[in-house]
Write a protein that binds this ligand. Sequence first.
Ligand code: NAD
Ligand code: IPM
Ligand code: MN
Length: 347
Amino acid sequence: MKTYRIALIPGDGVGRDVTAAAWQVLGRVADNSGFKFQGTEFPWSCAFYKETGAMMPNDGIEILRAFDAILLGAVGWPALVPDSVSLHGLLLPIRKAFSQYANIRPHRLLRGVTSPLRSQDFDILCIRENTEGEYSGAGGRIHQGIDGEVAVETSIFTRRGVERILRFAFEQARARRGRLASVTKSNAQKFSMVFWDDVARELSSEYPDVALTSYHIDAMAARMVMAPESLDVVVASNLFGDILTDLGAAIQGGLGFAASANINPERTAPSMFELVHGSAPDIAHLGIANPIATIWSGAMMLDHLGEAGAARRLMSALEATTARGIATVHGKDRTDAITAAVLTALD
Ligand code: NAD
Ligand code: IPM
Ligand code: MN
């Protein structure tokens, strides 16, 4: 029987609850579809840091390389470890080391879920650059804590990095409704962002079937609220994509509904599937985290593994669940009740 090896990293806080839920659901999908998942769980997290002094072992990346995919919960528990240490010790290095440069985040309403917006009908695919830009981690602090302290953090935009993410976005737009919105801030940031706009314009001649429009990030934020139905594929740098996708989550009903995939399109290393939200310390251990985002991310994993039929069946089960009003009001349904409803819908 076809077997997929999956690395499970539940991480911190609600990451643990929602990955457990998604793993249960994925197991059922596999049973119903004639393939198997073989999961290996890694305890890498802020608690692991407290015990060992690191978020993952030195050879963590090499350990993960052997897997077909990674399913990750959430990383970060600021009461134990500063976020700047935990995220740069686990999540961000995986994205970079495995060239998961395309972070795909779908923003649309599942059946039965209402948007806080006037518009209840939109289908946006955000493509976020995931390995460089504003989150490159290049910089430093000098004269710390004394007079004249200076902090520098440099954004890095490479021709290779910008071209490959834009190309990926053009391809996605081509396979969807043929519209690509490229988001920068080239009126104020006159080097990196003008460069991004230039590359987008250059590439657009190779994609005559895709209508490219460039927007400034501030205007895009307003557009996503006022006219989300006007958007198809949206591509942005690491920081801008990060912010826009929390906005995307908000308009699709909340962070509990926002799925994401960190893709290595060339498949030279495993891709990683994770929700958009964080460890949600305010609701951790209450058993009320919404697992829908994680289960949806699991469907994206199935797609990536070439199990498109299973992915479709899982999405149908998810929508059959939300269509009944389950999980659509924050905190009304418990994590295990939502998971049970999805399992029932699958059978
Ligand atoms: P957060 O996404 O954890 O929470 C923001 C709000 O959304 C909270 O009110 C939370 O209760 C709610 N929420 C999040 N997930 C939910 C779910 N599944 N169901 C219902 N409500 C949900 O953001 P934060 O509070 O800024 O960050 C908390 C920690 O997580 C920090 O350490 C942060 O760095 C980290 N973080 C990690 C990731 C990741 O691993 N990908 C993403 C974002 C934040
Ligand atoms: C996300 C998160 C992370 C990011 C943080 C936790 C580093 O906010 O996946 O959106 O910005 O990449
Ligand atoms: Mn984010």
